[in-house]
Design a protein around this ligand. Structure first.
Ligand code: EGO
Length: 464
């Protein structure tokens, strides 16, 4: 019996985003199980495409993503081309820099090149004889009732295929998901946040990194935020997050320069005045969408994974990691249920919906919190408090970022645990506060009983 999987990707409206990471990763997982896989990609093959620069340039790979890559044997290959970031470097308005480690020396996230990762994943998929890669053929329609897929060839002609399983890994604007929307009891919601993002580059300085390379650089300025991630060519990619409204206010090169002088002065000499003036206008600011839906499967023939199932805002650096974890979780379920789709599909939704809703919430929560309260001082303070509490109570208090980035604790458990931790911390603070008050009072009465009695008496007299 030939079983089969299809995965495809639709182009984004603003720019073509040459990527299908979750699709290619899934192809590897299914091929490893012995399935016949066809991987459909609407765009050109990134392995041979010349101008492969798509959406964002680098991504933060953490533990969950790495575990998935490990399961198909390409973790080391990807990690060797990634740059470890062992902590954050917080840049203050005055140019002061504060370093706060993520944890131990083995706890680091990796800055990986998106295009490189896409290529590695496609090469990995293409090495399986039972994987067929098809490029530049776009899914036009999918009938979830009879399982028939309609593809369009570059010349405009169409053809139909039908398979045992359709895995839709076609991104936040998924065509596969459109068919799910027609099913009863399928929930869907999407939100565009008011912020947009724009990428700028810090080129190498004298042939070396212009800032410390093994860190995630962050410029927290409440509503304006900027991050800097290192690249293999010794440059940094900075991502500026800002409300669209503010992006629209900056219409001339001089206004842009003034804006940077006011909010990110230390970054101007690093990016370069001329580069800044030009790069800002090269591309419009990009939108960010958060997508939630439920469930992730329809019948026993179709399932959504990655951004198609749960696009999240990038304020936790977890989008790709959550997508990779999807593939790994499904693979684990296929083991558990002996390749039986009628069991693994419903179980995937049962496990994954609460977790992916949780990471969508966590990412959105970070976005709201960062834009409202997080400036340099607050960021540094919060992370110090996290680290100190974790140091004092290593088993009881684990920072949320640590649970998200360096463990495979289920995302919904992370929320539960962080609520419990907050209760514990509050109780401790209360107990410490109360005992300090009682000790202080006891000390007071022991050393000044007479004075106090007299004072009280005087006071009583004066009241009378
Ligand atoms: C108080 C202090 C409340 C992505 C700090 C919340 C995100 C949030 C976008 C960083 C790291 C990978 C990222 C931390 C917080 C990537 C990340 C964080 C950004 C922006 C990002 C951290 C790409 C939020 N991880 N993170 O703890 O270092 O804390 F700044 Cl704008």
């Amino acid at each position: 019996m030939l079983e089969w999987v299809e995965l495809q990707s639709s182009g984004s409206k603003v720019r073509s985003e040459l990527s299908n990471k979750v699709g290619a990763l899934n192809a590897c997982f299914f091929a490893k199980r012995g399935f016949q896989v066809e991987l459909y990609e609407a765009r050109k093959d990134v392995r041979t495409a010349k101008n492969a620069r798509g959406r964002s340039i680098n991504l933060a790979l953490s533990y969950r993503g790495r575990q998935a890559l490990k399961a198909i044997g390409i973790e080391d290959q990807v990690v060797s081309k990634g740059i470890p970031m062992k902590g954050r470097m917080i840049h203050s308005l005055s140019g002061r820099k504060s370093f706060i480690a993520y944890g131990t020396s083995s706890q680091y996230i990796l800055s990986v090149d998106r295009t490189n990762l896409n290529r590695t994943l496609l090469f990995a998929a293409s090495r399986y004889p039972n994987v067929k890669l098809i490029f530049e053929e776009r899914l036009q329609h999918y009938n979830a009732d009879n399982g028939i897929l309609t593809f369009i060839r570059p010349d405009g002609s169409t053809y139909e295929v039908s398979q045992d399983l359709v895995v839709g890994c076609d991104g936040a604007f998924s065509t596969t998901r459109k068919q799910f929307m027609r099913q009863t009891r399928f929930d869907y919601s999407q939100v565009y946040i008011p912020h947009g993002y724009m990428e700028l580059t810090i080129p190498p300085k004298n042939g070396d990194f212009a800032m410390e390379p093994n860190l995630l650089h962050i410029w927290p300025r409440n509503a304006f935020m900027m991050t800097g991630l290192p690249n293999l060519d010794k440059s940094f990619t900075c991502t500026l997050f800002m409300p669209f409204e503010e992006f629209e206010k900056l219409t001339t090169a001089d206004e842009v320069l003034l804006f940077f002088k006011k909010y990110f002065p230390d970054s101007i000499p690093l990016i370069g005045i001329e580069a800044l003036k030009q790069d800002y206008f090269r591309l419009p600011a990009q939108a960010m969408i958060s997508v939630k839906c439920s469930s992730y499967h329809v019948g026993f023939k179709s399932i959504l994974m990655g951004d198609a199932a749960h696009a999240v805002v990038p304020f936790y650096g977890q989008g790709m990691n959550a997508g990779f974890e999807d593939c790994m979780v499904f693979d684990e379920l296929m083991d558990q249920f002996d390749n039986d789709f009628s069991k693994s599909l419903p179980e995937f939704s049962r496990l994954r919906v609460p977790d992916c809703h949780a990471i969508a919430d966590l990412a959105m929560y970070n976005y709201v919190e960062m834009r409202q309260h997080v400036n340099t001082k607050w960021f540094v303070f919060r992370k110090y408090v996290d680290n100190i509490l974790h140091f004092c109570l290593p088993r009881t208090v684990v920072p949320m970022y640590t649970m998200v980035a360096f463990t495979r604790i289920r995302y919904h458990e992370v929320i539960k645990r962080s609520k419990q931790q907050r209760m514990i911390i509050n109780t401790l603070l209360f107990v410490v506060g109360m005992s300090a008050t009682i000790t202080g009072a006891a000390f007071f009465f022991k050393h000044f009983p007479k004075d106090l009695t007299m004072q009280l008496q005087n006071w009583n007299f004066s009241l009378m």
